[in-house]
Design a protein around this ligand. Sequence first.
Ligand code: SAM
Length: 210
Amino acid sequence: MNDIALEIEPDVAATLFGDRIDLARQFTADLARRGEELGLIGPLELPRLWTRHILNSVLVAPLLSPGVVGDIGSGAGLPGIVLAIARPDVSFILIEPMERRVDWLTSEAASLGLTNVTVIRARAEETKLDWPLDQVTARAVSALSTLIPLTAPLVKAGGEMLFMKGARVEDEITAAAKAIRKARLSEIEVLVLGEGVVPEVTRVFRATVD
Ligand SMILES: C[S@@+](CC[C@H](N)C(=O)[O-])C[C@H]1O[C@@H](n2cnc3c(N)ncnc32)[C@H](O)[C@@H]1O
């Protein structure tokens, strides 16, 4: 199982993770070993853990600024744990309602020695934070029309939303016009990351909360 998980383009992963590559390998191996049994990933995802999930997530790392980032619906730790590995200078709050996933995230953060991670068991809409987030991330949680109202109250004025999205992101933006207006989002753009570097590009919806 670990052999499958470690099947990667070594140069690409090492460039993206730098001196944190061993932690990324450890996390990927843990996910390959236990992810299916814990219901975190489907069996078809095992051969493409690196290409579709880990590399796809770490591409967001350069968009983060030092501060506090909330990852909504972290699930297996995507992108939250991957980003916490790549950016030890940033604090992460992983917000996830399912107990089994919270247990996984908590034990992985501990075994990887990620002192920049806090895990909260809650739904985004019921989360109470002591201070608002500088940036919020999410991957595969819900469509923008739902995700924007769930997360906007958690982000400080001038903070950012960074949502990993699929190829139909432009359609989602159109469908979310009302939510975008209501949350007073500006500087909306779609970034396509990793072209020519990784097998599957990452699309990120980026917006500023006014
Ligand atoms: C399809 S999984 C994706 C998990 C992970 N982000 C990934 O890309 O593999 C969606 C996750 O969002 C969580 N979730 C669903 N609704 C949520 C909400 N309202 N607030 C926070 N998390 C939520 C689920 O429990 C689940 O772990």
